[in-house]
Design a protein around this ligand. Sequence first.
Ligand SMILES: Cc1cc2nc3c(=O)[nH]c(=O)nc-3n(C[C@H](O)[C@H](O)[C@H](O)COP(=O)(O)OP(=O)(O)OC[C@H]3O[C@@H](n4cnc5c(N)ncnc54)[C@H](O)[C@@H]3O)c2cc1C
Length: 461
Amino acid sequence: MLVAGKKCHQRKNTNSFLKVKHLFFANTSNGQLEIKKSMHNKKTAAYRDVIIVGAGHSGLSVSYFLKQKQVEHIVFERGETGNSWATQRWDSFALNTPTCMNILPGDKYEGDCADGFMHRDEFVTYLKQYADKFQLPVLNNTNVFSVQKNQDENVFEVSTESENEKSDWICKQVVIASGIMSEAKMSPLHQSVPGDIFQIHAADFRNQGQLPAGAVLVVGGGQSGCQIAEGLLTEGRKVYLATSKVGRYPRRYRGRDILDWAVDMKFFDVLKEEIKDPAILTAPNPHISGIGRLGHTLSLQSLFKQGAIILGRLDKVNGYEMTFKADAAENVRHADQFSAWFKKLVDKYIDKNQLSAAPPYVEPADQPDIEAVCASAITALNLRTHQIGSVIWTTGYTADFSWISPSVTDETGMPVHNKGVSAVSGLYFIGFPWLVSRKSGIVYGMPDDAGHIANLITDSL
Ligand SMILES: Cc1cc2nc3c(=O)[nH]c(=O)nc-3n(C[C@H](O)[C@H](O)[C@H](O)COP(=O)(O)OP(=O)(O)OC[C@H]3O[C@@H](n4cnc5c(N)ncnc54)[C@H](O)[C@@H]3O)c2cc1C
């Protein structure tokens, strides 16, 4: 469909030449839309009703729904489909959501391991197969470097670059599915670490072969930090872990995977507007691991038992001298309390619904460490003295949206939106934690969120 503002919503004769203020649109013989900004400044752009930026699971899910609704669209991916999963996860990475929770819209799981956990590469393969199966129009290796709303014509001008070529596109609506965790977020403290200490962010970490000999300091006690720390311990490394306040899910409880209970209890369906405590909206994901046939519980005390030194939050870096807050014990207790709270939710749910379930049983890794014995008293350490040769920063992820104009971000650079709808008409976001509900930040939330965005798009086309 050829669209250039409200004046031409209907399909035009292929030879039509539309003049809208200073912008001219015409269909050329090869189906491209020709834009002439003036007789001397001529460029050609292809047209789609909708452009989706990013072929992660969010972009693919929206594409699936648009395809079902026969909306003409294209998905641009700067790498290959599933790029963030393929390029920003370490080699031993496995999803911590069971496979049955990672199935994209319209698809069903055919294997015999729905309660297992996909390895990084399996999930990337799944995303690629999904795009092929539903013949989604993904253009790989094409980076979108500019999305500009042309307010006069009520269209978006989108510029892309691939290996040797820049291209211009026009569309009526844009879905930004480029990920909110697609860039490494480094702590500024890394600048004070001496040059002979090897430093790497979790997004670039692949395996311990990248690291020089010696002990490793992992900074950041979230899911990534604990999972990477455990992998290093398994491979025989000495690990120091600077922790933070993060909850913990026991992997299994009352005979089932904890996330199965969460799904049944509709824990993930809680809407953003139902949350009274804003701290919940920014709380990190609880510790848990998908390594092993049925995954396993991952706790600070289990890491301690494997040999990790559990430190408090990294506070200051002065050359080789590092100072930590004295909050390691508090962080251990916080994780224990979260686990106890969640198990109580499950117990109540079982009682209320008179379900038959295995009796409560606490796995060894989930046993609360009431005295916080696993928490180290160390608040200062010298990297040289402790033979620490590398620091892995598992300090989170962020994203850059500076290529969107007009700007739709707040002072922190994060997009302002309401359930994925930005203040710029026709510009949507997807793939953010709490976009609509608790599940919006994980693959499990995609069928609902992508369906919601696709409906908004088709309603306004
Ligand atoms: C370490 C880690 C572990 C996780 N584990 C799980 C888990 O076990 N289960 C779960 O459900 N969720 C998990 N998540 C959350 C999940 O990965 C995020 O919800 C997800 O990254 C969001 O998906 P997305 O498709 O929105 O973004 P992404 O997967 O980041 O996809 C965005 C895509 O856009 C592309 N892109 C970016 N900018 C451009 C551009 N300018 N032009 C073209 N293409 C562009 C990127 O290359 C990428 O392919 C995890 C997240 C992290 C960081």
